[in-house]
Design a protein around this ligand. Structure first.
Ligand code: ADP
Length: 376
């Protein structure tokens, strides 16, 4: 527009001069005057120069107008691009290499965050109640950086709720569990007592039946050749299983084999070992000894416990005889065990011996069994 306006007087002048040149030139030719022809030629040349300048200016103006249109197009494209970027729902902002703000999304601005400087923390807390964002920064090719905020409020809330739930559940479970545990322990103790009583009744029933058999002469033995060491080892194994806290020593010399009922002789040793444990303090040692003496195998159970006063020794193997306990509580028992031991040992052709140096001096009960001389 400006170029067209500046060209108007030049166009008018050119047209006037061109008209004048034609008139003057025609007059000069008609009058045969050289001066007029020369004037017309000068005017004509001036017109040509003016036309050339008009053409140049027009060309420049057209070029200028194209450049302005392109600038306008570029500006509108940039505006569109910025509008698009800003409309991205994520909260992000961009800074150049000198940390000067370039662009921030609408979501970033909606959070009320400043885009003047990039955030320095990895985690950003905004508002009340607080919304938590993780700031993820990435470097741009031009040396700048882009920071994207990723909201983790609901994840954090879920984690907090999980922790709270675990704490509450843990606490709520512990209360009934501890009472179940308490009752469980009580029931276990009661069950152990029931089991103990059942075992005692079973033992009593067995003792009563054995006594009846012995008294009726019906005590039968399943005899076989036995290794004394095996007999002692087996009895020691059973004792250790039943009394894991008691210490039992074995002293077994080489012995010849004997003939006897392994179950019944096992019962004899079990009875003597259980008496030794019953009538001696738990920290004392019990010894099970095997030896041989003049074709007699001697199996002794030695304890370091209550001992027996000499006046009770002769009656010890009577049915239902129990050494009076005095002030102390007598350990449970019926006074049948030793009488059965004696009956069983005698049924094997042997004898039972007891030695005690007195009260609190311990006892040694010895089963003496015949060991037939080995065939030559
Ligand atoms: P009980 O079931 O009473 O133990 P026993 O016949 O086995 O019956 O024993 C009879 C008595 O002999 C016991 O009551 C106890 O006084 C005494 N007695 C048995 N073994 C020992 C021992 N190792 N130490 C002290 N006294 C014992």
């Amino acid at each position: 527009m400006r170029a067209a306006a500046s060209l108007a007087p030049l166009r008018v002048l050119t047209a006037v001069l061109l008209g004048g040149a034609l008139i003057v030139g025609a007059g000069g030719l008609f009058l045969s005057t050289q001066l007029l022809v020369a004037l017309a030629a000068v005017a004509f040349l001036w017109c040509a120069a003016a036309c050339w300048r008009i053409a140049r200016r027009t060309e420049t103006a057209v070029a200028d107008s194209r450049a302005w249109a392109e600038v306008a197009l570029l500006q509108s494209l940039l505006r569109e691009r910025d509008a698009l970027w800003a409309a991205v729902p994520a909260a992000w902002a961009m800074w150049d290499a000198e940390d000067r703000p370039l662009l921030a999304s609408a979501a970033w601005q909606a959070l009320g965050l400043s885009a003047e400087t990039p955030p320095t923390e990895n985690e950003v807390s905004i508002g009340d109640p607080a919304r938590i964002f993780v700031a993820e920064a990435s470097a741009l090719a031009n040396g700048g950086r882009l920071v994207l905020l990723r909201e983790v409020t609901s994840e954090r809330e879920a984690l907090r709720a999980k922790d709270e739930l675990l704490a509450v559940v843990g606490h709520e479970l512990r209360t009934p569990l501890s009472s179940i545990k308490g009752y469980g322990q009580l029931m276990a103790r009661q069950l152990a007592t029931v089991q103990e009583q059942v075992q005692r009744l079973d033992q009593l029933a067995g003792d009563v039946m054995d006594t009846a058999r012995a008294d009726g002469g019906r005590l039968t033995l399943q005899r076989e050749v036995l290794s004394v060491a095996d007999l002692i080892e087996a009895a020691a194994g059973r004792f250790r299983t039943a009394n894991p806290s008691r210490s039992l020593e074995l002293e077994v010399a080489p012995c010849p084999p004997i003939e006897g009922d392994p179950a019944r002789l096992g019962q004899v040793l079990d009875n003597l070992l259980s008496n030794a444990a019953k009538y001696s303090p738990p920290e004392t040692v019990i010894t099970l000894r095997g030896s041989v003496e003049d074709h007699w195998v001697r199996i002794a159970v030695v304890d370091r416990g209550a001992g027996i006063a000499p006046e009770h020794l002769p009656r010890l193997f009577e049915r239902f005889y129990r050494v009076p306990a005095g002030e102390k509580d007598a350990p449970p028992g019926f006074g049948l065990g030793l009488s059965i031991v004696r009956d069983l040992v005698e049924a094997h052709g042997g004898r039972i011996e007891v030695v005690s140096k007195g009260v609190a001096q311990g006892c040694t009960f010895t089963v003496v069994l015949p060991a037939p001389p080995l065939a030559p």
